[in-house]
Design a protein around this ligand. Structure first.
Ligand SMILES: [Zn+2]
Ligand SMILES: [Zn+2]
Length: 350
């Protein structure tokens, strides 16, 4: 039987989130049903509620950093059992047959991945609803195993912020002996610092806020630079093998490309609202590369979660009740969070 669940939704574009009920589909043969315990609050939740990327579907139940405990499994489920922990990230389905899906990089599905929310279940007009809700039903192929060794509220943000930073660092083989710049110290940046340092790199945080220096060093960075300080930025020219640029506000890519060594790469994971002009001379001169990266596939996300459990890596979080979600959004717009809000879904079950 489909189950009616409690949730919070934006009923129209840019409306404050409010209580909402909807039905989750019946648990199919390949599905697992998860009792959601925590859900992280990602900047993309805010972008989509405000329809900043276009095409938003309302009412919208955001949330794609989901951890919980399995309540029910379908007859054909082989990889999960009732009572185990499970996680859901940014997508819940994909075409399963294109080269990207075959390669385990479902996030680049050529037919488009099915988002955990603000999307439609494949081949239907049923909207997908995310983790600001008490339960979710998902095909086991798109679920992750979660270790019981780590605090769950700190694990939730790994499902988006974690994999978004882990995947490019792995893809470009960042590690021992390399100098890495992390641009921006927010939800993404703070995870980038933890992973890059854990992989053995020498990490510098580049931030507009001098007040973040202590945090940066505590998170594992070795150096800190204030990007508004032209002298500091000049000294860092040609410094880095790799830069992970997490900024989603308008900025000039050239300022950071210049900080790369010969053959260095800058990967962008934030989406500024308008294009940035790249000076050809800056990339030609030292054979520098500018690249992008989007979350990670199921296999790599599982690898990251296992790595985090082994190395005790989690997100720094502020746990909130669902009733505080609109205030949390306002604070996120001011970058007033260290470093991720996570909703305690118990507050939706009262
Ligand atoms: Zn996200
Ligand atoms: Zn595909």
């Amino acid at each position: 039987m489909p189950t009616t669940v409690n949730a919070y939704a934006a009923k129209e574009v840019s409306r404050p989130l409010e209580p909402f009920n909807f039905q989750r589909r019946d648990t199919g043969p390949n599905d697992i049903k998860i009792d959601i315990l925590f859900c992280g609050v990602c900047h993309s939740d805010l972008h989509q509620v405000r329809d900043e990327w276009g095409g938003s579907i309302f009412p919208m139940v955001p949330g794609h950093e989901i951890v919980g405990r399995i309540l029910q499994v379908g007859d054909k489920v082989t990889n999960f059992q009732v009572g185990e922990l499970a996680g859901i990230g940014c997508f819940v389905d994909s075409c399963r047959s294109c080269p990207s899906c075959q390669a385990g990089e479902e996030q680049y599905c050529e037919k488009g991945m099915t988002g955990t929310y603000n999307s439609y279940e494949r081949g239907t007009k049923n909207p997908t609803y995310g983790g600001y809700s008490t339960q979710i039903v998902v095909d086991e192929k798109y679920a992750l195993h979660i270790s019981d060794k780590l605090p769950l509220e700190r694990v939730a943000p790994l499902l988006c912020a974690g994999i978004t930073t882990y995947s490019p660092l792995r893809h470009w083989n960042v590690g021992n002996g390399q100098k890495v710049g992390i641009v921006g110290l927010g939800g993404l940046g703070h995870m980038g610092v933890k992973f890059a340092a854990s992989f053995g790199a020498e990490v510098t945080v580049l931030s507009t806020s001098p007040s973040k220096e202590n945090d940066a060093l505590e998170l594992g960075a070795h150096h800190f630079a204030v990007t508004k300080d032209r002298e500091q930025m000049k000294k860092l020219r040609g410094e880095f093998d790799f830069i992970l640029n997490t900024i989603s506000a308008q900025h000039d890519y050239n300022d950071y490309l210049q900080l790369l060594k010969t053959n260095g790469t800058m990967v962008v994971v934030g989406i500024p609202p308008t294009p940035s002009t790249v000076m050809a001379g800056i990339v030609i001169g030292n054979r520098r590369s500018l690249a992008g990266s989007m979350i990670g596939g199921i296999r790599e996300t599982q690898e990251m979660l296992t790595y985090c459990a082994e190395h005790n890596i989690t997100s720094d979080v502020e746990v909130i009740d669902i009733s505080n979600i609109n205030t949390a959004y306002e604070r996120m717009l001011k970058n007033d969070v260290r470093y991720r809000f996570v909703i305690d879904i118990a507050s939706l079950k009262k």
